[in-house]
Design a protein around this ligand. Structure first.
Ligand code: ADP
Ligand code: DP6
Length: 325
């Protein structure tokens, strides 16, 4: 009744931004990501007869509150599908993600939790079933079941059976690198969950965002297949800008960007003008991720580190899917 799993974070090149069902997490659009090596979560789940509630530790700290509730809610989902509805679990998780690096720890966290808890309770699930379950913990996490380039197909069914991730190309297909640019001040006031909800409900730009997805998705998949860096990067950068534009139209309006976020964006565009191919993408926070090719690694790192207001630059390669330890 015990299992350990390891899952890596992912960065979306075509963003997931909006839910059509908040309860079982069904998205309003398909999305596409790259799983990242080097940033991962290792989680052990052990179900015991003698526990009166779940216990969750993260990086050796006992966790309560909202993060605890998200974990127990996810374990309920697993327990309720088993014959062991009344068993509680001890969950020990370690995030090997640089502190506040702005890599989504929830993606690797929920993918590792889903893999370890299903195995500990004795389910024999394939990757597609695991991705579907993981989706209900955190949407973007369903892509972390697979390595490399991954699409989350939004599906159309109300029960969510057709809403799960699939691998487009493995981590060995193409060595595209990602630099996580961490800003000195990284406070974020609106969570991704709250931000996408407000945008779906109030932003007049939201329909424009949705209309643009099928074309972006088709084009980026072709670009990844052909290993066309310029095309992949420019679609990802434009898709990120469109997502962030929807937040400006929300009521009340908001943005995740800081002044340094804009400075990093401008520096990346200047790098391109100076002949270094690099493209940015930004999730629901102020930190920026920069896509580049391995031969430009030293130059890109140096330019990014020299931007005033940047506190750290962390580099990553494409990474693998879930593994069991
Ligand atoms: P960030 O990308 O800044 O790390 P997110 O908003 O994506 O933050 O997610 C952080 C939340 O994800 C945490 O507050 C917690 O609820 C959940 N989380 C993070 N790591 C884990 C983990 N290892 N196991 C379970 N839940 C986790
Ligand atoms: C901007 O997966 O964190 O990073 O499903 O509510 O847990 P929930 O949201 P979450 O949202 C991620 C939003 C994003 C884009 C992306 O990763 O695709």
């Amino acid at each position: 009744m015990k299992a350990t799993a390891k899952a890596h974070t992912n960065i979306a090149l075509i963003k997931y931004w909006g839910k059509r069902n908040e309860d079982i997490i069904l998205p309003t659009n398909s999305s596409l990501s790259l799983t990242l090596d080097g940033f991962y979560t290792t989680t052990t789940v052990a179900f015991h007869d003698d526990l009166s509630r779940d216990v969750f530790t993260l990086n050796d700290q006992i966790i309560e509150g909202e993060s605890y509730n998200r974990v127990t809610k996810f374990l309920d989902l697993i327990r309720n599908q088993s014959e062991k509805k009344h068993l509680f679990a001890e969950v020990h998780s370690i995030n090997t993600v640089p502190t506040a690096a702005g890599f989504a720890s929830s993606a690797s966290g929920f993918a590792a939790l889903a893999a370890a808890s299903t195995r500990a309770i004795g389910f024999n699930v394939n990757d597609e079933e695991l991705s579907r379950l993981t989706r209900q913990g955190s949407g973007s996490a369903c892509r972390s079941i697979y390595g490399g380039f991954v699409e989350w197909e939004m599906g159309s069914r109300e029960d969510g059976l057709d809403s799960h991730a699939i691998q487009i190309a493995s981590e060995k297909h193409w060595d595209v690198r990602v630099a996580a640019v961490v800003l000195s001040s990284t406070e974020k006031k609106v969570s991704s969950r709250a931000g996408m909800k407000r945008t779906v409900e109030t932003s007049p730009f939201y329909t424009g965002w949705l209309d643009s997805i099928p074309y972006d998705m088709k084009e980026i998949k072709a670009a990844i297949r052909e290993k066309d860096f310029e095309k992949t990067g420019s679609i990802a950068e434009a898709n990120c800008l469109k997502m962030h534009a929807t937040t400006l139209g929300a009521n009340p309006p908001f943005t995740y960007w800081h002044d340094t976020t804009m400075r990093v964006m401008q520096t990346v565009q200047e790098m391109r003008e100076n002949g270094i191919p690099a493209y940015f993408t930004i999730d629901a926070g102020p930190n920026v991720k920069v896509l580049y090719l391995p031969e430009n690694e030293d130059k890109v790192k140096k330019v990014l580190e020299d931007i005033p207001g940047v506190s750290d630059v962390t580099l990553s390669k494409p990474g693998p899917g879930v593994t069991y330890l």
